[in-house]
Write a protein that binds this ligand. Structure first.
Ligand code: DAV
Length: 367
């Protein structure tokens, strides 16, 4: 007997999933772009000393919870709007977080923070793995409520079928932090699971992660076990005493093509057979204000697809190197966003890319 519930050929195509992203390079369809509105200087914690540029540390000590400088924010916001336009010109849907207040002090029974930070860097906070959105348990106390600006979006994705995986709420009590100059040791202990999502990179069935001053082994174990056996999570060494976020150390741009920081990248057998391109030095002037990160966010590019990357307009040596490597570079002004801690990869969260769980890295059975 004929099965009448079956749809005629051509009409049984699955609707596009609300969230679907397995790699850093598959063709991009939808992306969250952060916002610096109402942002505040973060309250100071000793554990931040390992990662925050020296010049900014005194600013955070003195001005935690107060508004980020209006003129610099305005210039950066204009660049973020410019990014949204470029994405839309390329057929990518860009969505934005809610505008919330980050300048209000808050606390728990154990500690208080002079304020929040911003909704500028969704990459730090959220990770999409396939159809799931993971909320990271971030270790800076100032970032405790950062997810609030993204909750409308997350709820909407959930209602449309995405999975929603918030990590256990961290306590962020003093036991989590190692203070003083314990050289070679991470700023966070193994008291509880913590990680920033930006310490992970996605390669289909593989996730690659670095230990850092915000990501501990407990946090990595939480991700590994929550994702289950379908995914392999590998910790790679990086040579970065200030490690916080892997995306200015390694940037996979296509299967077999890895852009790397010339000093921080440590070769790993996972990348056997991959072409490795050391990024040229950034072009940012020395006196450019940088509150959160180094000028190497120049290599924090965003792939529109395996042939096309967004690159900061003034990073000509990088544009030349990528072009010679076979990529089409779309130049976008973004130096004012650098000031607040990241570039195109940091300020975005790709919620929809074509493609699925491919296998791109070396597995023991391949060798
Ligand atoms: O070079 O300071 C920046 C990482 C941004 N998420 C650096 C690392």
């Amino acid at each position: 007997m004929r099965d009448d519930t079956r749809q005629p050929a051509g009409q049984n195509r699955e609707p596009r999933p609300a969230v679907n992203s397995y790699t850093e390079w598959d063709p991009l369809r939808e992306v969250v772009v952060g916002s610096l509105q109402n942002g505040a200087f973060p309250g100071w914690q000793e554990s931040m000393a390992r990662v925050v540029p020296d010049a900014a540390q005194q600013v955070f000590r003195e001005r935690g919870g107060t508004p980020l400088p209006a003129g610099l924010v305005k210039a950066a916001e204009e660049e973020l709007e410019g990014l949204v336009e470029v994405l839309e010109d390329h057929g990518v849907t860009a969505v934005r977080p809610d505008t919330v207040q980050h300048q209000t002090p808050f606390g728990t029974p154990s500690w208080s923070s002079a304020g929040g930070l911003y909704a500028g860097m969704p990459r730090d906070l959220l990770m999409v793995v396939g159809d799931a959105i993971i909320e990271a348990p971030m270790s800076w106390r100032s970032r405790y409520h950062e997810v609030d600006a993204f909750r409308s979006l997350i709820k909407s994705y959930f209602r449309r079928g995405a999975r929603w995986l918030p990590a256990p709420r961290p306590q962020l009590t003093d036991e989590l932090y190692r203070t003083g100059d314990a050289a070679g040791e991470w700023a966070v202990t193994e008291f509880e699971p913590v990680f920033d999502a930006a310490d992970f990179l996605r390669f289909g069935r593989d996730l690659v992660v670095q230990r850092s001053h915000v990501t501990n082994a407990f946090g990595i174990d939480w991700v590994r076990r929550s994702l289950g056996p379908e995914f392999r999570v590998t910790v790679v060494d990086t040579d970065d005493p200030h490690a916080m976020h892997i995306d200015a150390t390694m940037a996979p741009l296509a299967p077999g093509k890895l852009l790397v920081h010339p000093k921080r990248y440590v070769p790993h057998p996972l990348f056997d057979g991959w072409e490795i391109l050391p990024a040229p030095a950034p072009t940012l002037p020395r006196d450019w204000p940088m509150y959160f990160c180094s000028p190497w966010v120049s290599m924090n590019v965003l792939s529109l697809n395996p042939e096309t990357v967004l690159v900061e307009r003034q990073e000509q040596p990088l544009i030349d190197a990528l072009t010679a490597w076979g990529f089409r570079c779309v130049p976008v002004d973004f130096r004012h966003v650098y000031t607040f801690g990241g570039s195109f990869h940091c300020v975005t969260l790709d919620t929809v890319r074509d493609g699925g769980t491919g296998r791109y890295l070396s597995w023991p059975e391949d060798r």
